[in-house]
Design a binder for this molecule. Sequence first.
Ligand SMILES: *Cc1c(COP(=O)(O)O)cnc(C)c1O
Length: 373
Amino acid sequence: MEFRDLRKQHEILSESIDAAILKAVAGGHYIMGPEVKQLEAELAEYVGVKHCLTCANGTDALTLALKAWGVGPGDAVFVPDFTFFASAEVVAAEGATPVFVDVLEDTFNMDPADLERAILEVRADGNLVPKALVAVDLFGLPADFRRIREIADSYGLLILEDGAQGFGGSMDGRRACSFGDIATTSFFPAKPLGCYGDGGAVFTDNDEWAALMDSYRVHGKGSCKYENVRIGMNSRLDTVQAAVLLEKLKAFKEYELEDVNAAAKAYSDRLSGAVKVPSIPTGFGSSWAQYSILLESSGQRENVQKALKEEGIPTMVYYPLPMHLQKAFEGSEGLRSCPVAESLCRRVLALPMHPYLTEEQVDNVCCKLVAAL
Ligand SMILES: *Cc1c(COP(=O)(O)O)cnc(C)c1O
């Protein structure tokens, strides 16, 4: 079986996707063609924000936001210690300092109490100016934006919501990618809404930031493409990818999000009691970019992973190393002790997860997993 079965999805959607690709190719507008504009409008409407701008990938999307805010040397940006590297990489790449914040064992997301501690530490040190925070919607579940928003407001920080894995998630009736002052997502194939290559997007209600990011994504363009008013990037979405995404978005809205939630419920019904299953707080909804269980120790995880592999069941460890132990950040000023993140890295295990999992497949994974324990 596949960890995330993208071929099965294509088989089911192939008629409409293949036709959309051919139409985009025949249209001849390969970069930022009409499908791109249509996709941006549909995504903004789905998420419930004023502006959506697509770009080349989810990492660039984060970078565009930081550039729009002028984040740079001397700025502290608070980032969860347990995330994909890009969430922190982009901060350092702009010359700012990522300050790592521990996460909650129950949700895998940023711990608001530790965020506040980290802000106070940075203030007391006086070397860096607290400027923004990156709140990651890890594994499809929005971060605790109720408390994070309060803290950000009381300390004057901007919120960048890294919704690369969060697209389709929700909190209090609002959709993921609408909680940050700027939010981002990724259309990397294995994300909740993926294309057939790289892609990403930024979301905001702020007109000024939207205009700035629109400029940064095309070489810092001014009133036209050949007037350049700032140093920018080349970060656009291909028309063919937008055509694929328009078709996939329909399936995502019509049934994929519902089906992936049904698969998660089937896993949790079978596994709770045997292992620690993911918990979704009241008022929240997940798009299940990953279904991650927690084992008791790294030894137990190794045994389970090996036993499942022998049964032809792939599993993944997201993530084996917390940010503060990554070699790339060695000696950085923003390193803090994050014991929960370290513990998660030793014990977390992601099971096969996607909207096209059958009941029999979930059953089979659960049987073999319970036997391996
Ligand atoms: C995938 C991912 C990114 C980067 O997205 P790309 O499209 O691969 O550049 C950023 N943050 C998180 C949390 C991710 O999972």
